[in-house]
Ligand binder design. Structure first.
Ligand SMILES: Nc1ncnc2c1ncn2[C@@H]1O[C@H](COP(=O)(O)OP(=O)(O)OP(=O)(O)O)[C@@H](O)[C@H]1O
Length: 270
């Protein structure tokens, strides 16, 4: 579904991404794990060209994504995004926020006038049902909690009927219980609808719990690729250079449940 080859992103003389090769399968839930500044957001933003790669090729659903208008339009229809700070419009209703996910599929006149065809409203309501917020459809979005706003963010992404969802630290602003609920909604939708998800996370525990495959990024390179059960102490040290022994042990599978975290990027506070 996504094929990335030799992706490099340079800011001035700083290489944020250094030759990334990565494949994402249809329907796969891939977690990208790594410390702050590793290049996770840059990687996601290069996939839908919010950020222009310096070098390398990205294919989405078999088509090369380029800066050319038609290519960008096609890619952006297929790729939806979920943001850390939700990016909802506070004064709009929940339903209207979800309907903005339909704008790319609508004729321009209808989208300028914000006149939504009945079919689009049905799609938006169905997406709200998936995140169990249908009864909040008519409320202003600023009356919702953080977790509910992120569920609106998920519904809006689903309303786009994408093949891929890129989620950039979607639970970084939420408490642990809400984070798990939000990730469960996202994973369930991915599974039921066959949508590939690339989800940037800071928390090792969530990566292990939700990732079907995990990619560890450090210093702009992929330093690990494997299943959640392969996330050993040695691998954690590779992803988080300088990680202290106690935290690595706390995050290792056998001890994760029993040992409290010491870094916010390592484990949630229970
Ligand atoms: N527009 C920019 N101009 C210059 N440097 C940038 C720009 N955007 C990102 N960077 C740098 O590129 C590197 C990677 O940033 P990126 O945001 O991708 O990291 P990240 O892994 O997502 O970090 P975090 O988890 O803190 O969001 C960082 O060193 C960052 O300072």
């Amino acid at each position: 579904m996504i094929k990335i080859r030799g992706l490099t992103k340079r800011y001035g003389d700083f290489d944020a991404l250094k030759g990334i090769d990565l494949d994402v399968a249809p329907g796969e839930f891939l977690v990208v794990l790594g410390p702050s500044g590793a290049g996770k957001s840059t990687l996601l933003r290069c996939i839908n060209r919010l950020c222009e790669p310096t070098q390398g090729d990205i294919h989405v659903d078999g088509q090369r994504v380029t800066a050319e208008r038609a290519s960008l339009r096609r890619a952006r229809r297929q790729v939806a995004m979920i943001f850390q700070h939700y990016n909802v419009v506070p004064r709009l209703s929940v339903l209207k926020n979800v309907l903005t996910g339909r704008l790319g599929a609508m004729p321009s006149v209808a989208s300028w006038l914000q006149v939504f065809p009945r079919r689009d409203i049905e799609i938006a309501r169905e997406c709200l049902r998936r995140v169990e917020l249908e009864e909040k459809a008519e409320l202003r979005t600023d009356t919702l909690s953080g977790g509910q706003k992120q569920r609106v963010g998920i519904a809006r992404a689903l309303a786009q009927q994408p093949k891929i969802i890129l989620a950039d630290e979607p639970v970084a602003s939420l408490d642990p219980k809400t984070s798990r609920t939000v990730l469960q909604y996202l994973k369930q939708a991915s599974r039921e609808l066959g949508i590939s998800v690339v989800c940037n996370l800071h928390q090792i525990e969530y990566a292990r719990e939700f990732g079907e495959r995990i990619v560890g990024v450090s210093g702009g390179r992929i330093v690990f690729e494997g299943g959640p059960d392969q996330l050993t102490d040695e691998v954690l040290h590779r992803i988080y250079p300088g990680l202290d022994e106690g935290t690595a042990k706390a995050a290792s599978p056998a001890r994760a449940a029993a040992t409290p975290p010491r870094h916010d990027f390592a484990l949630e506070e229970a």
